[in-house]
Design a protein around this ligand. Structure first.
Ligand SMILES: [Zn+2]
Length: 219
């Protein structure tokens, strides 16, 4: 399945919250032998290291908010300079200024973006996924209600699992509004540039992975 691309591919993955970006990003990167970056994981790492940026990011992340561009862009530039090969970015760019920053950074390093994959999932479907989310209070496993065993047993440790806290849905709606305001313009921007690979992500996970992979290889 690995294409014999002469140059390593550079791909950004866009999509609303709960669209499966993390799962699909990791799979795409593994299929193509690329680095995978989750900005969420990167930020947690900066916070743990107590780096200058991490210390500034901590209170913002604690409120469940996204970082402003002037904090996020230098963190990303640092990661990019440490990963000169190809990559899949999950969580960046999430605004037009971030997309411009990425294009400028790539141009300054003599390269370009190959594809922007956008996962398309209607908000009703996303809300359904949010409402089905369950969590195990004992081992912190998270998943969907149908994955639970008899008596709502956690598939990992057997303790009784249940719905996640009520603020989940409100948090999702807030993030979704931010996605529509900030990230939909990024998707239109990549469409104008001919880089957009819009993928219906309501299908089963394996089907979506396969669609994404083929759309990117065709780049
Ligand atoms: Zn458990």
């Amino acid at each position: 399945m690995i294409p014999s691309a002469a140059k390593p591919l550079r791909v950004v993955l866009l999509g609303p919250p709960a669209s499966g970006k993390g799962t699909q990003g990791k799979r795409l990167a593994a299929s193509l032998g690329l680095h995978y970056l989750s900005t969420g994981a990167l930020l947690r790492e900066q916070v743990e290291k107590k780096s200058d940026l991490g210390v500034r990011a901590m209170p913002i992340l604690a409120r469940g908010e996204y970082l402003p561009d002037d904090l996020m862009c230098p963190i990303l530039a640092d990661w990019l300079s440490r990963h000169p090969g190809g990559w899949v970015l999950d969580g960046f760019p999430r605004s037009l200024p971030q997309a411009t920053f990425l294009a400028d950074w790539l141009a300054a390093h003599g390269t370009t973006l190959d594809a922007a994959v956008a996962l398309d999932v209607p908000i009703e479907t996303l809300l359904g996924r949010i409402r089905e989310r369950v969590e195990c209070p004992a081992c912190r496993w998270t998943g969907q209600k149908p994955q639970l065993g008899p008596g709502d047993a956690c598939p990992q440790c057997g303790a009784t699992a249940g719905p996640r806290p009520d603020d989940d849905e409100a948090n999702f709606l807030r993030r979704h509004r931010e996605y529509e305001t900030l990230t939909l313009p990024v998707i239109r921007h990549y469409q104008d540039l001919g880089l957009l690979r819009l993928t219906d992500a309501t299908a089963p996970i394996d089907t979506v992975s396969s669609r994404i992979l083929h759309s990117v290889i065709a780049s």
